[in-house]
Design a protein around this ligand. Sequence first.
Ligand code: MSP
Length: 516
Amino acid sequence: MSKKQEYFYITTPIYYVNDKPHIGHTYTNIIASVINNYKKSQGVESFFLSGTDEHGLKIESSARKAGLEPQEFVDKICKAFEDLLKITNSGNDDFIRTTSQRHKDFVIYFWKELEKNGYIYLAKYSGYYSIRDEAFYKEEELIDGKAPTGADVEWVEEDSYFFRLSAFGDKLLKFYKENPDFIKPRSRYNEVINFVKSGLRDLSISRTSFNWGIKAPSDEKHVIYVWLDALVNYLSGIDYYTDNPSKKEKANLLWNNVLHIVGKDIIKFHGIYWPAFLMANNIALPKRIIAHGWWTNNGEKISKSLGNVIDPFPLIEEFGADAIRYFLIREIKIGRDGDFSKARLIERNNTELANKIGNLVQRILSFAYKNTNQSIPSINITIDEIYENSEILTGILEKNIPNIDNHINKFEINEILDIILNIVDEANIYIDQKAPWKLKDNKDKMNIILYTSIEIIRYIAILISPIIPVSANKILDQINVPQHNRKLQNCTMEFHVKPEIKINKPEIIFKKYDNI
Ligand code: MSP
């Protein structure tokens, strides 16, 4: 019986285009990319959306400072975000811009629905606003006259449309209680609950003092609040309101299994406002929100004023995308903060990628290439017997792969690397102990050891390919594993490497760098 096709939808926040991308944005992209790749590898129909948040006062003023019209300015910066996704091999399935027509039309529709459902009214806003955070603050939230994030605030008094957020406090609390895994990690879940418990006021969702944004449908003086505009991207990006029945079915299937990856700084918007907007328009709430931590630079908070913003482009140029992807996932568990330093990146690259994985692959494949007729060795026992004789191979099938599947389902990608590195360590020990280079006069035995090792390499490369796709594919190319057999689904005995097929001349996969 064939299994029912599973659908999965993963999103990054859409990035503000007031400035070029940095390592924090790269991190969010790579978490989403890795989870998306693992889901695809499991055979799930997974869809990964990223994009850019291009409206609002912050961007309008950055454009003016740069002496450009806002549209010209956002077109320029947006390209850098698209390039970043490309050069990190993120593999996003779509990219949504809030200035695109498809998004603008969608926001208007969404707003009209809110209005129709009775959740929008016109009144006067007076309170604090932070342009940097694009957020409203209550007097009692301010610390020494600044936003709790440290951003400057200004006093605002103007006509505004409001969203009846206050009507959703109890409903939200009930939802959190019934869905204890809605927000991960637990500390963020608690933070959101505490915020809602402290009382929700209606939310100002339009401004009249600037122009750069989507105009409220029945009142052109008002520009729609940039966070309402932005959050809706998760639906506009899959064309949620489409009339086309088959597209609609797909959008629903995706929406029913959506995961939002966000940084911890924007959990309030995703954990409170977004669910409330969705409830107001009778749309199911997201399945899961994961809030990741922040990177510091050599121990210091990354900020433009300190001039220590980490630019991902030269790093990728120097080390390649895989080394950066590997480092960001390996260095911290999702949810924790981490410190970015080039020295640490080089250390991880050299000790783990080059010395552990690279060394294993290199020594096995070059030895096989030289001593077994440039091919996968022939074996005089059956594949079943190879597996029965190998604790590592049986361990991979019976223990490691089910564990990895389990971590994928819980989105614990850092933990997956622990398992893979363990396999690599075991394999290195196996080779040292069996020392095939001492068995040149016992070819049968030597071949069995080499064959077993190459089969282990096949698993390692497939299992790690969602994290370091370029390097993993190079390894799989060397042992001629067909392109269509490179998924988790192919991690079974059935897809074993074929004895006697040619292997390609091994080349170094992971470069080492001088320590700094
Ligand atoms: N435009 C909003 C999101 C709207 S989503 C409907 C926004 N954009 S942002 O460009 O400021 O930030 C995007 C993401 O980058 C956030 O998840 C944020 O947490 C992340 N990071 C920004 N700086 C970071 C670090 N120093 N470290 C890790 N991630 C950080 O917010």
